[in-house]
Write a protein that binds this ligand. Structure first.
Ligand code: G6Q
Length: 547
């Protein structure tokens, strides 16, 4: 399919956008709003209970039409269909990309290699639900007969960021009698801090690793095994009561001592960063319970259906994806800020960093040709209002263009006095200030001395999206994550890259494997690196010897 698509810079819509950009780049949002009093109502879209206001973007109707044309010429419709059909669109790994199957209703059929995968998905969800119910109700007992009060998820990357983010985001719905911790880093501090106040007799450890070979996770899992065994009198039988595995590699999990009955599988067509709604979400289900987990899956599915079916001009992920292309490729914007005005979403930007940057941080097209345009931008962000008192200054008055996504909810989870009105007032005020700024005339009429005027001028014309939903619930979280997943897909399709591999992370892993014995060997190793790396290794060994 990729072969039929012209290279990006040769597509008609691309060339038209280049010409169009020259015409509109100087347009100010003040003018665009002044000329069209209904713009703020018109340039909005709503789907699955998520409202998107994209009116404060530096676009005209023509821009939108051209971007939509670009999506068409990029084969977006065909590619969406190919993904949902289970085609192997992750070509460098020869894999289907089917996170959408993880939330497909029972009666759906999605065939991979001649087999409908949906019944397998539901079988795992049921197994997870049964296990979660037993742990949450206390039927499942630890080795000494005590009930499980603590759950530690051990995983990294896609096997950590989703679970952590979802736990934090949905804490309000979690069983507060249970403690949840997440260990990812190979730095021993992570494990040591996670378990320091936990009783091994009451602690369940989930080893979450698609491959069950990841250095960090396996190192932490073995440390955890030793800690658990020590606390439980060294009886190897205890492992089956205190460890469960989430993996595609049952053989390795079994070698570790985990009972095959307590393994929760998934499949190679689920990418790590797209796996929080697979069995990798076991900690999430243990925290919020199976019903709420299913509600989250339903939220994902609603957004999937919208993405698959809605015309592009009303399609939220498509609109957001195309706007990112517009700023990234025409305005030269290098980043996108994600600014959730919801404290529970504090890990959402970190989660999105992996989703977006591991997916679209690519330098060649599907056929291996070097791109001659920028691909994935840097995603970053922090919850508001905190960010307003730190980095927003640069967004308002710095020299860079930073398109920003503001995310907020109509209803608070903690209705305390005026808090929510004040919170939302800040969301609206920020997007207003970014778009319209403050002119020199306005500053002068406030009696500002001339020399101070330039410092107080806010140029405005800073673009933003406002994303609103009723309330942060498991269902809403599913919709939000799927919104960004498909936004990433839209971008990757326009850029004609493989958004589902991650070869860039391999080299560092391989080099670390070579260096490990050079740090651990008794005899001084024969070092064959560059002079900097050799010197760093020697200096580390010197400190280690002195210990
Ligand atoms: C995600 C990546 C990566 C992966 C981790 C953990 O898309 O593939 O972040 O999730 O490296 O891998 P395992 O689950 O195999 O331990």
């Amino acid at each position: 399919m990729a072969a039929r698509i012209a290279p990006l810079t040769k597509r008609k819509a691309w060339k038209a956008l280049q010409a169009h950009y020259k015409k509109v780049r100087g347009l100010h949002l003040r003018k665009l709003f002044a000329e069209d009093p209904k713009r703020g109502e018109r340039m909005t879209a709503k789907a699955a209970g998520i409202f998107l206001d994209y009116s404060k973007n530096r676009i005209t109707d023509d821009t939108l039409a051209l971007l939509l044309q670009l999506a068409k010429e990029s084969g977006l419709r065909e590619r969406i269909d190919a993904m949902f059909r289970g085609e192997k669109i992750n070509i460098t790994e020869n894999r289907a990309v089917l996170h959408v199957a993880l939330r497909a209703p029972r009666e759906t059929s999605i065939v991979v290699d001649g087999e409908n995968v949906v019944p397998h998905v539901h079988a795992v969800i049921e197994k997870m639900a049964d296990f979660s119910n037993r742990v949450r109700s206390g039927v499942w007992k630890g080795h000494t007969g005590k009930r499980i009060r603590n759950v530690v998820n051990i995983g990294i990357g896609g096997s950590d960021l989703g679970p952590v983010m979802a736990y934090e985001a949905l804490k309000h719905y979690s069983d507060r009698a249970m403690t949840f911790r997440f260990v990812s880093n190979i730095d021993g501090t992570d494990f040591a801090e996670a378990i320091r106040d936990l009783d091994p007799a009451e602690t369940l450890l989930i080893v979450s690793s698609k491959t069950f070979t990841t250095l960090e996770t396996m190192t932490n899992a073995h440390t955890a095994r030793a800690w658990s065994l020590k606390g439980l009198g060294g009886d190897e039988n205890s492992v089956a009561k205190h460890f469960v595995a989430v993996s595609t590699n049952a053989a390795e999990a079994s070698k570790f001592g985990i009972d095959t009955a307590n393994m929760f599988g998934f499949w190679d067509w689920v990418g790590g960063r797209y796996s929080m709604d697979s069995a990798i979400g076991l900690s999430t289900m243990l925290a919020i319970g199976p019903d709420q987990f299913r509600a989250m899956l339903d939220g994902f599915h609603q957004m999937d259906e919208h993405f698959r079916e809605a015309p592009f001009e009303r399609n939220l992920p498509v609109l957001m994806g195309l706007l990112t292309v517009w700023y990234n490729n025409f305005f030269g914007a290098q980043t996108v800020a994600v600014l959730p005005y919801e404290q529970y979403l504090k890990r959402f930007p970190a989660y999105l960093q992996q989703l977006t940057m591991e997916s679209n941080g690519k330098h060649v097209t599907l056929d291996g040709t070097e791109v001659d345009y920028p691909t994935g931008p840097i995603y970053w962000g922090e919850p508001g209002t905190n960010g307003q008192h730190s980095f927003y200054q640069l967004i308002h008055q710095g020299t860079r263009l930073i398109p920003s996504d503001f995310i907020a909810f109509y209803k608070p989870l903690h209705p305390l006095g005026r808090h929510h009105d004040l919170l939302l007032a800040n969301v609206f005020a920020q997007t207003e200030a970014l778009a319209f700024g403050k002119t020199a005339e306005q500053v002068k009429t406030e009696g500002t001395p001339d020399w101070l005027v330039p410092h107080r001028v806010l140029e405005g014309n800073r673009p933003s999206n406002t994303i609103l939903a009723e309330r942060l619930t498991p269902e809403t979280l599913g919709k939000l994550v799927a919104l960004y997943e498909h936004c990433v897909f839209t971008q990757g399709t326009v850029w004609n890259i493989d958004s589902f591999d991650q070869w860039g992370v391999e080299l560092g892993k391989t080099l670390a494997q070579r260096i490990i014995p050079e740090l651990e060997s008794k005899a001084a190793p024969n070092l064959g690196h560059d002079s900097s790396t050799n010197n760093l290794i020697r200096s580390y060994r010197k400190f280690k010897e002195a210990l």
